[in-house]
Design a protein around this ligand. Structure first.
Ligand SMILES: [Zn+2]
Length: 355
């Protein structure tokens, strides 16, 4: 879990990677704040624009259009490799995608096929729109591909991510085809090469040497949080600082960065427990429950929080109902009975964490 970079740090990361960057208007504050979350961020998403001409491409990505307000990404990568910054913060680029893909990105594992649209990607990914017609014929100039590689690597480097944190829109949302004309596997391999040995991400294959002496060769990934030290992480995972240093090839054990991923010995944490369905009769005016708060937070995480003016909170309100209804309408299997009151099917799809 990583806090998004500040606009200044984002700009610096791109420039430090050797990119030519053009700042467009008030890009630092142009975003979709108020329409959902921004962060924590977990990766970088690559798109193609289906446009021709850099000026029009940049204008569209900054302003959006009637049915999809801008910004449509953070940076536009033009044919000549220049990166135009059009927005920063929440942007309309990723839409709803597959929670299993997000989990794979967080774990730096190969992504599974995207077959669900149940998770708000605009909160979770940096987005780059790349100028291309997306017809499979429009060429991708070498300088443009190099710029995509650099932009993705710059953010991975800033967050301590490996190349598996870079995905294409087509890997996120069912039905999307972008980017078309190169493979994301080839782009990830370029990012990996660029990051080289300096990448603290768990990109090296598991050695499973068992040299930790714990007798267990399985490892799981831990993401460094604010205030963490190696000794705190070690004791929380019943291991030693020396084991963590060895397992992760750390050069300087005192230098941890928030969002950095560490291998820790032991099996993966137990699966998240979900709150059981409280029954449709539970949801009525006057109901005051932590379950309502948890449900509301889940709706916001999924991108269905637009009716909350403040909250979500423990009282069942019309805003809860309206957001549940939006969620139901977004899912073909639930839209037929979209009344804003969770039934067993809606509840199962919401996956509300256990209170
Ligand atoms: Zn896209």
């Amino acid at each position: 879990m990583a806090k998004p970079l500040s606009a200044a740090a984002f700009l610096k990361a791109l420039k430090d990677e050797g990119l030519k960057v053009v700042e467009v208007g008030s890009w630092r504050t142009h975003n979709r704040e108020g329409h959902g979350a921004w962060g924590p961020v977990h990766g970088v998403m690559i798109h193609h624009t289906v446009t021709k001409g850099t000026k029009d491409t940049v204008d569209i990505c900054r302003n959006g259009h009637a049915s999809l307000p801008g910004p449509l990404c953070h940076g536009v990568i033009a044919k000549d490799g220049t990166v135009y910054l059009v927005g920063y913060g929440r942007a309309n680029h990723a839409g709803l995608g597959d929670d299993d893909v997000l989990q794979a990105v967080i774990d730096e594992k190969p992504v599974p096929t995207d077959n669900e649209a149940n998770t708000d990607g605009n909160a979770r990914f940096y987005g780059f729109e790349c100028e291309n017609l997306g017809d499979g014929k429009d060429p991708w100039p070498a300088v443009q591909l190099k710029a995509i590689e650099k932009a993705a690597a710059a953010l991975c480097r800033a967050h301590g991510w490996g190349e598996r944190s870079v995905i294409g829109h087509l890997e996120w949302q069912p039905g999307k085809i972008d980017p078309k004309g190169f493979t994301m596997a080839s782009m990830r391999s370029r990012v990996k090469d660029r990051l080289g040995d300096s990448s603290p991400g768990p990109s090296k294959p598991d050695s499973g040497s068992g040299s930790s002496g714990s007798g267990s060769s399985s490892t799981t990934t831990y993401t460094v949080k604010k205030g963490d030290t190696l000794s705190v992480i070690a004791s929380a995972h019943k291991t030693t600082v020396a084991t963590l240093v060895k397992l992760n090839g750390l050069k300087d054990p005192d230098k941890l960065s928030v969002g950095q991923k560490l291998k820790v010995p032991g099996k993966a944490a137990p699966a998240v427990q979900y709150e059981p369905f409280p029954g449709a009769a539970f949801f009525h005016g006057g109901r005051h429950s932590a379950i309502v708060t948890a449900m509301g937070r889940r709706l916001v995480a999924l991108g269905f929080g637009r009716h909350y003016t403040n909250g979500p909170g423990p009282d069942w309100t019309n805003a809860d109902k309206a957001n549940v209804r939006d969620f139901q309408l977004s899912r073909p299997d639930l839209a037929g009975d979209a009344d804003g009151i969770p039934g067993p099917k809606t509840w199962a799809a919401l996956k509300v964490p256990k209170v």
